[in-house]
Design a protein around this ligand. Structure first.
Ligand code: NAD
Length: 336
């Protein structure tokens, strides 16, 4: 159906639209974050979410603390123990075209009064966020993002993931964060097996990873062949690094799985070519990605930029145009 452009809405029309729009987004959010069973494609959710962002930008008096634009993720499964996050685990802003990304960068650089900035570009792994806490070099706790303030305890489950070090080569007390994902091959095999057993299949690798990590029984998680990429350290001073690129190198040296495709860039042309390269390579990677993450490389500048209530101002996701459903179908046909 035709939607009126947000610019054409008056306050009354905006008020009428905003309630049902939030209710719809919250329902999709519960299905996605809590039940791992989305009923719509991500781009449908993203489009509705962007509409809410635009309406709230035009009528800031309609913003409420419980709006999906002000909250991270979902509440999580009630059966898993709750874990408070010392540093909140945030969501990420997004843009949907290279031109929007260029605008974002221009505004960011103007705000910092600089005319160029080094960025670390990374693949946006399509999994779920994971926090790992080490004490004196021993893995003591693993948790999901949950609502950003309180996550779910998945320590026993994460101890079954092969690429997560249980012990670090140095007796560090440190929290690291990254993405837990299910490789495409494991996802296809799992869905084939479930179909043969008459069980419901997972909509995509992301939901399969979330459903597999958030199990009460770690022996189930162990069978699911989950993997991780670690990319963030809230307290980077502990690592003695000053840039995101250095942080990744240190994390790798400590034995974490670090994605090999990141790149430091300084010019718009370099950013464009990274987007082009990985948009083309997307289907050939052994794991799903849903975009590119751009991070200000200098960690002191990250601190200076800070966060909103929901997202860091120093990173942004460029989301690929919708294609996921078609990709998965093609691969299933190809495998069979
Ligand atoms: P997000 O998943 O789009 O982005 C933030 C997350 O990206 C981070 O928390 C982190 O886990 C992850 N990430 C992956 N690679 C990263 C990297 N290299 N560096 C840093 N972070 C990286 O944001 P969100 O708030 O979790 O959720 C929004 C997303 O969920 C949208 O894509 C939306 O379409 C989808 N969603 C879909 C439905 C649905 O019904 N289909 C419902 C709700 C949300």
């Amino acid at each position: 159906e035709e939607q009126r452009p947000v610019a054409a809405l008056d306050l009354a029309a905006a008020k009428t639209e905003i309630g049902p729009l939030r209710t719809q987004l919250k329902q999709w959010g519960r299905e996605y974050y809590e039940q791992d069973q989305p009923t719509v494609e991500d781009y449908v959710y993203d489009r509705a979410y962007q509409r809410l962002v635009q309406i709230e930008a035009r009528f800031p008096q309609l913003v409420t603390p419980d709006s999906p634009t002000q909250q991270v993720g979902g509440q999580g499964a009630t059966q898993l123990a709750k874990v408070p996050h010392e540093v909140p685990m945030l969501s990420m802003g997004d843009v949907f075209s290279p031109a929007e990304l260029a605008d974002f960068n221009a505004r960011q650089q103007a705000g910092l009064a600089v005319d160029s900035l080094a960025y670390n570009l990374e693949l946006k792994i399509d999994g779920l966020s994971l926090s790992l806490v080490y004490e004196a070099g021993q893995l003591v706790q693993a948790s999901t993002r949950g609502n950003g303030q309180i996550g779910e305890d998945v320590t026993a489950n994460v101890k079954t993931i092969q690429d997560v070090p249980q012990t670090l080569p140095e007796p560090l007390s440190i929290e690291v964060r990254g993405e837990c994902y299910m490789p495409k091959a494991a996802f296809l095999a799992l869905n084939e097996k479930r179909e043969a057993e008459g069980l419901p299949t997972f909509a995509n690798p992301r939901n399969a990873a979330a459903g597999s990590l958030r199990q009460l029984d770690p022996t189930i998680t162990k069978q699911r062949q989950l993997a991780t990429f670690i990319y963030y350290v809230p307290d980077f001073a502990t690592l003695g690094v000053t840039t995101q690129a250095q942080a990744l190198a240190r994390l790798q040296a400590l034995g974490f799985a670090v994605n090999p495709h990141s790149r430091v860039v300084t010019t718009p042309a370099e950013i464009e070519s990274y987007l082009t390269e990985y948009t083309a390579q997307r289907d050939d990677l052994p794991y799903g990605i849903d975009g590119i993450v751009e991070k200000v490389n200098d960690l002191a500048t990250q601190v200076q930029l800070g966060n909103t209530v929901k997202v860091p101002r120093w990173e942004i996701a460029y989301k690929f145009p919708p294609e996921e459903a078609a990709t998965v179908v093609r691969e299933i046909e190809w495998t069979v």
